[in-house]
Write a protein that binds this ligand. Structure first.
Ligand SMILES: Nc1ncnc2c1ncn2[C@@H]1O[C@H](COP(=O)(O)OP(=O)(O)O)[C@@H](O)[C@H]1O
Ligand SMILES: [Mg+2]
Length: 307
């Protein structure tokens, strides 16, 4: 029997805590900000929130990191006729206008060029959009959901992200944990993904155990791509079973769930070093500084941990 949130109920692979936060987000009037590593399912969740709200308009995704900076303004706000050479004769509505009555999904919002951020804030405050080259604002009505894998508070400190925009979009923040922090759901997720790819395919226990033990740096995206790859490469067809031999070595021998105290401490060290390296774009001096190590000490530790 389907309850009040059928789309959310059919979403597998997430914990009850996250599920209830998503319910709150469906009812929440303000903007929702999803944060978490890449591939954890932020866009999937944004689409579920949009779907459960039963809006008339569409879900319009905008990837702020992949649209070239020179185009982002006209893509978002649209332009009037004759706004620039090469423009459509009659002008063009922007993605914001296309989200009318629906949801504008600002993906990788932390990568939005600084200069555009003030303009986006303006639109969100006034609910009016000015096309490039336009003199008259048009009223708009849409909901906004944002996603980021970056630490926006840190970007604010570095003057890369506007604090006022952060307060406007971050009304309700939802953290989507990485897959390795919700291992208990990997199994149901695998069944659900296999169902999506080919409902007849089975998986043997050993193979399942290997997949459950891996650390999945690319999260659900990596898991889904791997299953697809195995199925295509091995030409596993309906009625067949994925076995441990089908699982690539790097995943079989990948990091296992730490059990002893020593393993747990090592795993924690690895995790913290990886995080700090990512934050400082691989800069070892800054990473060492943050972790309270000398550069030498960091290099030695990385070698010991096999990083
Ligand atoms: N809970 C889930 N159930 C099924 N598929 C999922 C789930 N979470 C993520 N995916 C799949 O994983 C991939 C990455 O998800 P996506 O929402 O794009 O992640 P993110 O936006 O966090 O990078 C997509 O192909 C998506 O369909
Ligand atoms: Mg994404």
């Amino acid at each position: 029997m389907m309850g009040k949130y059928p789309l959310l109920e059919s979403l597998r692979g997430i914990g009850e805590g996250l599920r209830s936060k998503i319910k709150v987000a469906v009812e929440y009037e303000g903007s929702v900000l999803l944060h978490g590593e890449t591939g954890v399912g932020k866009e999937v969740i944004a689409r579920v929130i949009h779907g459960e709200r039963e809006m008339e308009g569409e879900f319009i995704p905008v990837n702020c990191s992949s649209i070239p900076h020179s185009l982002i303004e006209s893509e978002l706000f649209g332009y009037e006729k004759g706004a620039f050479t090469g423009a459509h004769k009659n002008g063009k509505p922007g993605l914001i206008e296309l989200a009318e009555g629906g949801t504008l999904f600002l993906d990788e919002v932390g990568d939005m060029p600084y200069g555009i951020q003030a303009k986006v804030l303006r639109v969100l405050e006034d609910m009016k959009v000015w096309r490039v080259g336009g003199v008259k604002g048009r009223s708009v009505n849409f909901r906004v959901i944002c996603a980021t894998n970056r630490d926006l508070k840190r970007l604010i400190e570095e003057n890369m992200f506007r604090e006022d925009l952060y307060y406007r979009i971050g009304g309700m923040e939802i953290y989507v944990p990485p897959l390795r922090e919700r291992r208990e759901y990997i199994e149901e997720l695998i069944f659900c993904l296999l169902e999506e790819i080919d409902g007849e395919i089975k998986i043997e226990d050993k193979a399942m155990e290997a997949l459950k033990s891996y650390h999945w740096p690319g999260n659900v995206r990596e898991l889904k791509n791997l299953l697809k790859r195995i199925i295509t490469e091995k030409r596993i067809e309906g009625g067949h079973t994925i076995t441990i031999e089908d699982i690539p070595d790097e995943i079989r021998d990948g990091e296992k769930v730490p059990k002893t105290l020593k393993e747990k401490i090592e795993a924690l060290k690895k995790e913290e070093i990886r995080k700090a390296l990512k934050k400082h774009n691989g800069n070892k001096t800054k990473t060492a500084e943050e972790l309270g190590l000398s550069r030498q000490g960091l290099l030695k530790m990385m070698k010991e941990l096999g990083l």
